[in-house]
Ligand binder design. Sequence first.
Ligand SMILES: Cc1cc2nc3c(=O)[nH]c(=O)nc-3n(C[C@H](O)[C@H](O)[C@H](O)COP(=O)(O)OP(=O)(O)OC[C@H]3O[C@@H](n4cnc5c(N)ncnc54)[C@H](O)[C@@H]3O)c2cc1C
Length: 291
Amino acid sequence: MKPAAFDYVLADSIEMVVRSLADSGGDAKIIAGGQSLVPMLNFRLLRPSILVDINRIPGLAFIEEGDRAIRIGALTRHHQLETSPVIAKHLPVLSAAMTHVAHLAIRNRGTIGGSLSHADPAAELPMMARLLDAELQVASRSGRRTIKARDFFLDALTVDLGDDDILTEIVLPKLPPNTGWGFEEVSRRSGDFALAAVAVTLAVSGGAIAEARIALTGIGATAKRAAEAESLLVGLPLDPKVLEQVIGAVRGNVEPNTDLHASADYRRHLAGVLAGRAVTAAWRRAQPVAP
Ligand SMILES: Cc1cc2nc3c(=O)[nH]c(=O)nc-3n(C[C@H](O)[C@H](O)[C@H](O)COP(=O)(O)OP(=O)(O)OC[C@H]3O[C@@H](n4cnc5c(N)ncnc54)[C@H](O)[C@@H]3O)c2cc1C
């Protein structure tokens, strides 16, 4: 099918985006990489009267290292994240996750801002935003504000953005010293959305886990953190008994759906298996390297 007719605005500034969105009275959509929006237009699941193209706005695609955080422009393409030396050095778990996002052609166009705003329940970037405690910067006619990732994802395909909001920047705090990471995903074919995926960081100090983060996707309406499982790890070294408890807590903390691709029971089982592997890998990577 072809999309319903729409007007097209090629924006050259964030102010122009915000004005166009506000003037449309809620009937406009931003287009970034178009990799999720265009299929929805073609299937006529969406019929906006105006598309506001943000691809020509200068300074909206960047990865910058600051003292305490990495700042990423909303128009940064998936492939830029995947291949960035800054991300590889400071947030290697994100580099690993990006290789699981769709196919190269889609990663060349798709943007971090588009993926977070679209909030597919099985997408990797919302999970990474939860794992890395992202802060999302948003501009609208009434000014600018910052939203924490934990407050941003409200439901499947639903985020805390209003009709005249544009996500402009994603701020990812650097991880504590001696942090190991793990990323595990199962999908039916390479490039497909995850049936389930788990991302973990463990900061280790004095032989025990000082901080644990476990994030999941594909297992419910939104990406989420497994807070109970995280708390089981803190203050202890990893051992098989603790790991079994963590796997149980992860399974108890997810609410997957049954769909065409997998049953809820299978996804719940998978979440536990993947969490076990990712926690083990993170623990191993957090160990000091022998001189
Ligand atoms: C075949 C296929 C397989 C895929 N597999 C995966 C996968 O395995 N994992 C995965 O994570 N994704 C996958 N995707 C989705 C892909 O990653 C998309 O690129 C991404 O979800 C949307 O990014 P985009 O820049 O293309 O956004 P668009 O399609 O342009 O926009 C998506 C939505 O976000 C809004 N939006 C875009 N930018 C902003 C902004 N800055 N501020 C506010 N709103 C904004 C748009 O209005 C729209 O509602 C797949 C896509 C396809 C077609």
